[in-house]
Structures are given as structure tokens and as C-alpha cells.
Design a protein around this ligand. Structure first.
Ligand code: ADP
Length: 260
């Protein structure tokens, strides 16, 4: 059957360098509506750089990025794109914001100097917290929650603007390994039930391979992009070397502060 889903992100010959060396090199990648894409690769392979370019936190790339067919430089509908940062669990216990306030802050994009909230903001917050099974903790301080709970709150924060795409940068870092599966299942549900396109950087292939639909393997240039089925079908030797790269990056979790 013909694949006729619309491409929502198209990347053509994308290269990027901070200094003299290309950190991303000649990348071509198309993401379709409804994809749940895992971006994998060793430490320093350009995964976070790619996410930052997709959010236009970095500019001056070589090559083209289109979102919904619009060159990214001219794309303004950023409320369609949610972002869940890495290490959301960096709050200490004294951080003075409640779960309610953190989720509500997802509505303040592009409102300029003043924060205008819709009349039904409370219901909206409860609604998105329910979607991530966190509504009971609405009045708790964000810093009192576990890493996994904080990540759920950040997903709720992303959901509150009704995004069509959510980008996630290493969302399982800091989550208790026993809870990673239920976290990934939650993402799968958002993908399947709400048809939200998910693009997730992760170092943990084995934790996501049964839930994601597509895999991109990055090592500055794109080593592989395709469906999970295609990924499983590539010859065993390659698969094995991918897995080893995976393990290498697990032991080497990067600390990359200063994002959102
Ligand atoms: P990954 O997310 O796959 O670990 P990154 O995209 O964070 O990789 O980094 C890719 C490369 O770019 C690394 O070698 C990193 O040191 C370098 N890099 C990342 N951010 C900067 C920066 N702000 N300035 C200079 N080099 C950077």
C-alpha cells in the first residue's frame, strides 16, 4: 500500500558546525505525521544539536528544514511543537513552583510581556495532568517529585498547547529504570490515541524498540533511518555494532545544562 501520510518535517542536506568541524553532516530525514521516531547514536553524535536546530534554538545551519512545508526560518506556529527537555528533574526540593504552575507555564509562549491565561486554564491543566496520570499531584511542589514524575509534568506542560509534534531530549534520564517502561508506554499512548508525532532522543534502544515506529541512527551523518521493522531486518553484524554504540553512550550520560 502507498504511504500517503503527509511529511511534517523534511530535512535536506543539513549540516551544522559550532567551530571548525561539522557536528551534523549532510543529513536527510523526513518525519511523517504519526511517526514515533527514536533518534539514537553515541555521545557527541549531534542528537541534541539536531533537536536544537528543529526548535531554532540554533540557527545558521547549512541545508534546509521544512516544517509543514514551510522553511523553518519562516515558520511561526511554534505552539504546534512541544518540547520536553533533558533533565527536567534538576529542580531541588525548595523550588518554588507547584505542578499546576509548571504546567500552566506551557501556555505563556508568545504572549509577550503579560501572561494571559484562558478562562478555563484550571480545567486544561487538570485535563493534561490526567493524560499523564498526575492529576493527584497538582498542588505539590515540583521539586518534591521523582525524576519520572517531573518528566510526566513536563509532558503535560508540552501537551497544554495542543501540540501536533513533541520533541523530547533524553526524557528517560533520571527515571528509575523500573519506571522507564511505563513512561515509554505513556508516550506510545499519546502517539497512538492523540496521533501526536513524537521525536525522541534516547540512549536506550532496548527500552523503546517495541513502542517506537521509526529509528534514526546518527553519528554526525545519518547511519540509518527507517521503520523498526527495517531496522530489525538489517544484517545482524550492523545491528550488533549499533547496540554496542548504544551501551557506550549509556555509561557516559552527558551533562548538558543551560537548555530551556
Ligand atoms: P549528542 O546530543 O549526540 O551527545 P551534541 O549535539 O550535544 O551530541 O554534541 C555534538 C558535538 O558538538 C559534540 O562534540 C559537542 O561537544 C559539540 N557541541 C555541542 N554543543 C556545543 C557548543 N555550544 N559549542 C561547541 N561545541 C558544541
Amino acid at each position: 500500500m502507498m504511504e500517503n501520510k503527509a511529511p511534517i518535517i523534511e530535512i535536506n542536506n543539513l549540516s551544522y558546525r559550532y567551530a571548525s568541524e561539522d557536528v551534523l553532516k549532510d543529513l536527510n530525514l523526513t518525519v511523517h505525521k504519526g511517526d514515533f521516531l527514536a533518534i539514537l547514536g553515541p555521545n557527541g553524535s549531534g542528537k541534541s544539536t539536531l533537536i536544537k536546530l528543529l526548535l531554532q534554538l540554533l540557527k545558521n545551519q547549512k541545508g534546509e528544514i521544512f516544517i509543514y512545508g514551510t522553511p523553518i526560518e519562516k515558520f511561526y506556529a511554534w505552539e504546534k511543537i512541544g518540547f520536553v527537555p533533558q533533565k527536567a528533574n534538576a529542580f531541588n526540593t525548595g523550588f518554588p513552583a507547584t505542578v499546576y504552575e509548571v504546567v500552566r507555564s506551557g501556555l505563556t509562549k508568545k504572549t509577550g510581556l503579560f501572561h494571559f491565561y484562558p478562562r478555563n486554564v484550571k480545567e486544561k491543566v487538570i485535563d493534561v495532568l490526567r493524560a499523564v496520570e498526575m492529576e493527584d499531584l497538582i498542588n505539590r511542589n515540583i521539586g518534591e517529585l521523582s525524576g519520572g514524575q517531573q518528566q510526566r509534568v513536563f509532558i503535560a506542560r508540552a501537551l497544554i498547547s495542543d501540540p501536533e509534534i513533541i520533541l523530547l531530549d533524553e526524557p528517560t534520564v533520571g527515571i528509575d529504570s523500573k519506571r522507564v517502561a511505563s513512561f515509554i508506554n505513556l508516550l506510545e499512548r499519546l502517539n497512538k490515541e492523540k496521533n501526536i508525532t513524537l521525536i525522541m532522543v534516547t540512549h536506550d534502544l532496548s527500552a523503546v524498540i517495541n513502542q517506537v515506529t521509526h529509528i534514526a541512527w546518527l553519528n554526525r551523518s545519518l547511519q540509518f533511518h527507517g521503520s523498526v521493522k527495517e531496522f530489525k531486518n538489517i544484517n545482524k553484524v550492523n545491528a550488533q555494532s549499533f547496540y554496542q554504540t548504544d551501551l557506550e553512550s549509556v555509561s557516559n550520560v552527558q551533562v548538558n545544562g543551560g537548555k530551556h
